[in-house]
Design a protein around this ligand. Structure first.
Ligand SMILES: Nc1ncnc2c1ncn2[C@@H]1O[C@H](COP(=O)(O)OP(=O)(O)OP(=O)(O)O)[C@@H](O)[C@H]1O
Length: 233
C-alpha cells in the first residue's frame, strides 16, 4: 500500500460458513479518492465494510487503515483509527434509547471540557442533513428517513478523512436526490475519501471516480459508461 493510502486490502481472503466470500482481494484507496463497490445482494459488500474497520478480521491477507495494519494493532488503537472514519451501516447503528443529540455526542467521544466548543459541530452536522429539529428526539422514535439523515449527520460530525457508506440513501425515497447533493458537497467538494458500498450503479458512478463490481469474491473494474441494472438483481 502506498504511504498516501487511507485504506488498503492486501490479498484478503474470507470464508463464512462453508462459503469462500473473498479470494485474495486487493483494494487501495488513496487520500481523497472515491471508489464504489457494487454488486447484487449477498455478494459481501457489507462484509467489506466490516473488514475495512477491523470488525471482521480476514482469514488470510491484511487490511491497513491510514497505513496501519489493523491485525497488528490492539483494540484501542483500532478504535482510534475508526474514529477517523465516518460510517453508515446498512442496518443502522443509532442507539434507540438515546436522543439524537446524545448519539452524536457518543460519536464525538468528547471530554466534558470540550463540549461547549464542539456543540456547534453537532448543530452543523444536523443542519447539513436538514434534520436540526430532531436533536432532542429519542432515536428509536425517528421515522426511517429521519434516522438515515441522522446516521449521515453522525458520520460527518467528527470531520472524517474517510467515509465508508453502506447504502447511504436507502430509506430516503423522495429526499434521496437532495441528500445525494449534500453528500457530493461534503465529500467531493471537501476532498474526502469515500468507499461506497451499494447496489445502486447510478449513485456509484455519480459519486465515485472508480467503480468496482464485486463478483464471485473478486473485484472487477467497471467501464464508466455502464449503468445497466444487475442482470441477477
Ligand atoms: N455473521 C455472519 N454469519 C453468517 N453469514 C454471514 C455473516 N455476515 C454475512 N454473512 C453472509 O455473507 C454474505 C454477504 O453478506 P453481505 O451483507 O456482505 O452482502 P451484501 O453484498 O452487503 O448484500 P446486500 O446488498 O443485500 O446488503 C451473505 O450471504 C450473508 O448471509
Amino acid at each position: 500500500m502506498s504511504d498516501a493510502a487511507v485504506l488498503g486490502f492486501s490479498a484478503v481472503s474470507l470464508v463464512i460458513g462453508a462459503r469462500r466470500l473473498f479470494d485474495r482481494l486487493d483494494l487501495c484507496l488513496g487520500r481523497g479518492e472515491r471508489a464504489a463497490i457494487i454488486g447484487p445482494s449477498g455478494t459481501g459488500k457489507s462484509v467489506i465494510q466490516r473488514l475495512a474497520i477491523g470488525m471482521t478480521p480476514p482469514l488470510t491477507g491484511s487490511v491497513a487503515l491510514f497505513g496501519e495494519d489493523l491485525g497488528a494493532l490492539p483494540a484501542a488503537a483500532q478504535r482510534r483509527l475508526r474514529g477517523r472514519c465516518g460510517m453508515v451501516f446498512q442496518g443502522g447503528s443509532l442507539i434507540g434509547s438515546l436522543s439524537v443529540e446524545d448519539n452524536l455526542w457518543l460519536a464525538l467521544d468528547a471530554a466534558p471540557a470540550a463540549r461547549k466548543r464542539l456543540r456547534r459541530r453537532i448543530d452543523r452536522a444536523l443542519f447539513d442533513f436538514g434534520i436540526e429539529h430532531a436533536a432532542p428526539i429519542i432515536a428509536g422514535n425517528l421515522s426511517e428517513g429521519e434516522r438515515r439523515r441522522v446516521e449521515l449527520a453522525r458520520a460527518f460530525v467528527r470531520d472524517p478523512e474517510l467515509l465508508i457508506l453502506d447504502e447511504p440513501l436507502v430509506g430516503l425515497r423522495a429526499d434521496a436526490d437532495a441528500i445525494e447533493a449534500v453528500l457530493a458537497r461534503q465529500i467531493i467538494a471537501r476532498g474526502r475519501a469515500l468507499l461506497l458500498l451499494t447496489q445502486d450503479r447510478g449513485l456509484a458512478h455519480r459519486l465515485c471516480e472508480r467503480v468496482l463490481l464485486l463478483e464471485n469474491g473478486v473485484l472487477v473494474q467497471q467501464d464508466g459508461a455502464d449503468v445497466a441494472p444487475f442482470a441477477s438483481a
